[in-house]
Design a protein around this ligand. Structure first.
Ligand SMILES: [Zn+2]
Length: 83
């Protein structure tokens, strides 16, 4: 299982990525991308092309908490909401 992850990591080239893991909430495969400030962000594995507000074209990934069907669980785990 790990061999496949390492191969995927190598194919990603210079991109700063951890091997793909499974989301603890929904079980979907997630890719870890290192952000500019050195933090690891769980993202969906599908990359897509976006255009920034300045008109710069980038390949990007969606943070997994945007699409995760269990994202409410994560939110509840972080902060208990009233009302
Ligand atoms: Zn998930």
């Amino acid at each position: 299982m790990l061999d496949t992850d390492v191969r995927a990591l190598q194919q990603a080239g210079g991109e700063a990525m951890k091997p793909t893991t499974a989301c603890k909430g929904c079980g979907a495969p997630i890719t870890w991308v290192k952000t500019g400030d050195g933090k690891w962000m769980p993202c969906d594995t599908d990359a897509h092309r976006v255009v920034t507000l300045e008109g710069v074209i980038l390949d990007a990934r969606t943070p997994h908490w945007v699409t995760c069907p269990k994202r409410e669980d994560f939110r509840r785990a972080k902060a208990v909401q009233h009302g």
